[in-house]
Design a protein around this ligand. Structure first.
Ligand code: PLP
Length: 457
């Protein structure tokens, strides 16, 4: 029988890391074991323990550069790629994307602080959110961070704020363009059932309201149509719709010159995933906006896009140590690892699929066993893989899960009071800690036992 080829044997796309399951520096060492960023994963775990998040610097930089390069190649106007920090927020990530010329999008004071601490210039940060607090708005305005107005509540407070300061405020508005995307299909609807943004049908009203305010200056429009999208047509449609919105706004005296198309480009989690390249995605959007601008005699606005997943996902891996095995004859064998839904809530939340291998046998030579990989949490649904083929393995072996750079750490929790893993950055054979491992005692930091509960001796 022919041996099944491992996904690790596939050719790596160096230009568009979102098309690889693995970080672009992944290799198999002379010892037959897994290396990433020139580092032996086994040695890293010996030194830093498990579970462990690892980010590959080269993959991150390649992804950022692919966006920059494509924007410069296809879009004749100004452009600014903006990293959607919700995908993976840290001082390090803020610093890295900023060093690659990216801006950053944030949705809370915490993400804003992280961005500023990481050195992202204030004028390159945009502030999103469907329920911003007064304190957050105050923080953003005072720090000169552009606010993306999501609803009437935002608008009212910003108007009051600008009046109280007697100062002009540049704003962007978010709207729902009526394009509904799922990974493999999309539909155009008249309105879009979403908690985010103004309905497109309401925009003329909104333009009239904003033009009557004393200090609000409508500078840009924003739309984000979904995530993990493999089709290009929805973004082609989006470009046309957005230029049409700019045209409509002119009737109300606005001169919008920033157009932000959000994020959404998909990545390859498993072999059946086939996302477009970053180049193709940017080209589609750029051409659609350029064509629509020419047709409608609109000046090219500054083009912004907000990729998250396609910047960080394939740069990230998570390493777990195998503990218990439980065989249920005729049904399945559970293999339990030392992490799970607290460091990766996506399988239990979205039934997401990943690819994985044994660190000591990455090519899965002689894979003949099917396992269910379970996490260690007190929850039956805490299962990372329902069924995965692996070579023989035993307690103490390491498993590497690929594609965990996005929406893992940033969505992690302390469920069951399990501390978060450390994050390492690997590059050229060196590893550096960019986020420390939490300790159980750290989790007690915010607990308070009121005095009257403390036993008096
Ligand atoms: C407003 C906005 N921008 C950008 C993104 C990033 O999307 P992705 O990670 O799919 O690129 C999201 C994700 O949900 C979003 O809500």
């Amino acid at each position: 029988m022919e041996e099944k080829q491992s996904f690790l044997n596939q050719k790596i796309d160096l230009e568009s890391p979102n098309r690889n399951i693995v970080p672009i520096t992944t290799s198999i060492g002379r010892d037959g074991k897994l290396f990433v960023g020139g580092c032996s994963i086994e040695e890293l775990v010996k030194k830093y323990d498990s579970p462990l998040y690892i980010l590959d610097e080269m993959t991150l930089r390649k992804s950022c550069r692919a966006y920059k390069k494509a924007l410069e190649k296809y879009y004749p106007g100004k452009s600014l790629p903006i990293y959607a920090s919700k995908a993976n927020s840290s001082i390090f990530m803020s610093n890295l994307v900023s060093s690659e010329g990216f801006g950053l999008d944030a949705v809370s004071e915490g993400e804003l602080l992280t961005a500023l601490k990481g050195g992202v210039p204030n004028e390159k940060i945009v502030f999103h959110g469907n329920n911003k607090s007064d304190k957050e708005i105050d923080f953003a305005v005072r720090n000169n961070i552009k606010i993306i107005v999501d609803n009437d509540h935002d608008l009212k407070r910003l108007e009051e704020f600008s009046n109280s300061l007697n100062q002009d405020l540049e704003i962007m508005i978010r709207f729902t363009p009526g394009i509904e995307c799922h990974t493999h299909e999309y539909i155009r609807t008249g309105s879009f059932d979403s908690k985010f943004g103004f309905g497109i049908e309401y925009l003329n009203n909104l333009f009239a309201i904003i033009s009557k305010t004393k200090h609000l200056k409508l500078k840009g429009i924003h739309a984000h149509i979904g995530s993990q999208i493999f089709e290009l047509d929805p973004h082609k449609d989006l470009g046309e719709i957005m230029v049409k919105v700019i045209l409509d706004s002119k009737k109300y005296g606005h001169s919008i010159n920033e157009l932000n198309v959000g994020g959404g480009l998909g990545i390859k989690y498993t072999e059946s995933d086939d996302p477009p390249t970053i180049d193709e995605w940017v080209k589609t959007i750029s051409f659609s906006i350029v064509d629509a601008c020419k047709k409608n005699k609109v000046d090219f606005p500054t083009l912004m896009c907000e990729p998250g997943r396609s910047i960080v996902s394939s740069a990230g891996i998570t390493i777990y140590k195998i503990g218990a095995f439980k065989q249920i004859p005729g049904i399945r064998t559970y293999l339990s690892v030392d992490g799970g839904m607290s460091d990766n809530p996506r399988p239990i939340t979205y039934q997401s699929n990943y690819s994985a291998c044994l660190v000591s046998n990455p090519l899965n030579i002689n894979s003949k066993n099917k396992y269910t990989i379970a996490g260690k949490h007190c929850e039956s649904g805490d299962v990372l893989f329902k069924e995965i083929e692996l070579a023989d393995c035993e307690t103490g072996d390491l498993i590497c899960v690929f594609g965990t750079g996005a929406y893992n750490n940033s969505m992690s929790s302390n469920y069951n009071r399990i501390p978060r893993p450390a994050t390492l950055l690997v590059n050229n054979g060196e590893a550096e800690i960019i986020q420390k491992r939490e300790r159980p005692s750290d989790l007690l930091k915010y607990d308070i036992l009121p005095d009257r509960f403390i036993k008096q001796n």
